[in-house]
Design a binder for this molecule. Structure first.
Ligand SMILES: C[S@@+](CC[C@H](N)C(=O)[O-])C[C@H]1O[C@@H](n2cnc3c(N)ncnc32)[C@H](O)[C@@H]1O
Length: 305
């Protein structure tokens, strides 16, 4: 079964609840070139901006596990833990293992878990799944969001997930189609179509860096022995007026993109990007009222028979 969702105006009530100060990004984290810190910020902002969508996804997992709500959850490639936290809020009696290769991400996650009062329900495990699967107790639910495409051999990882899930347990895989789009085609500055040109460069690079991105996860899951229970593709389009986190999300995302574009885009396009990224300027992403968030995300729910 495949269902399509269109989320439009439900973004107003969120965006404030986390109150992320960015004051924690000091020391080496403040360096613009620190890819990990920049990624952590993007993951947190993504969760803030996409709060309503994530809440729908966890509600859907709740329906699929209504007979036996999960008690032991594994978040595979947890990043900063936005999935772990959302699932623990949804499943009040569950504990989670947050697994990631990055100890920086896990540190960030543990700090946030303490702030949220969830620390005693989360164990972090640092492991490189390309190297080997760590020893883990059986779990009821595995959540893998935007992480499987990072793996060198996702099919081997899926076999390990299968073995770690209890029979009847559920694996939920979430992947996005591409970088979210934020900008109107005509910005009123520079040549129209800037974001489309950025996206084209990014899509090309992504294929080189993450060859499994955009893979047919449904058939890979089936091959690994899972029974697909449901698949949902959501075409998300958040439109103005949007909360201020949207500007920060666009800024963090485009700033990360900008760092690899010298000599790739025209000098004109780079200058326009710099105007957008300038936090104080009148045309800055933080001040614009014409930003949207457009992204397509798919989730698969796969049961270990
Ligand atoms: C795009 S992030 C997604 C994070 C989080 N699941 C989310 O949706 O916000 C991908 C995560 O996978 C982790 N990762 C990549 N390769 C990995 C590997 N070989 N073993 C374990 N984790 C890995 C990265 O460190 C990163 O935190």
């Amino acid at each position: 079964m495949r269902s399509h969702h269109h989320d439009h105006d439900d973004q107003h009530e969120h965006g404030r609840e986390h109150g992320h100060g960015h004051g924690h990004q000091h020391g080496h984290h403040a360096a613009a070139g620190n890819g990990e810190a920049a990624m952590a910020e993007i993951l947190d902002l993504d969760a803030e901006v996409m709060h309503a969508y994530m809440s729908e996804v966890t509600a859907w997992i709740g329906e699929l596990t209504a007979d036996a709500p999960p008690r032991r959850i594994l978040d595979l490639g947890s990043g900063t833990g936005t999935g772990t936290f959302a699932l623990l809020r949804r499943f009040g009696r569950a504990d989670a293992v947050a697994l990631d290769v990055s100890s920086d991400m896990l540190r960030h996650l543990a700090e946030r878990a303490r702030e949220l009062g969830l620390a005693d329900r989360i164990r972090t495990v640092q492991a490189d799944l390309d190297a080997e699967w760590p020893a883990l107790d059986p779990v009821d639910l595995v959540w893998a969001s935007s992480s499987l495409h990072h793996m060198a051999d996702p099919d081997r990882v899926l076999a390990d997930v299968f073995a770690t899930l209890r029979p009847g347990g559920l694996l939920v895989v979430a992947e996005m189609e591409s970088f979210p789009r934020f900008l109107p085609d005509d910005l009123g500055i520079g040549r129209p179509g800037l974001e489309a040109r950025c996206k084209a460069v990014l899509d090309e690079r992504r294929i080189a860096v993450h060859p499994h991105f955009g893979s047919d996860w449904g058939s890979r899951l089936t091959k690994a022995g899972f029974a697909i229970e449901d698949e949902r593709t959501s075409a998300i389009e958040l439109t103005p007026p949007l909360p201020p986190a949207t500007g920060r999300y666009a800024q963090a995302s485009l700033r990360r993109l900008r760092s690899g574009l010298d000599g790739v885009l025209s000098a004109d396009d780079l200058a326009t990007l710099d105007v957008l990224l300038d936090g104080d300027g009148p045309a800055s992403l933080l001040r614009r009222d014409d930003l949207t968030v457009r992204t397509t995300r798919t989730v698969w729910a796969a049961r270990r028979p």
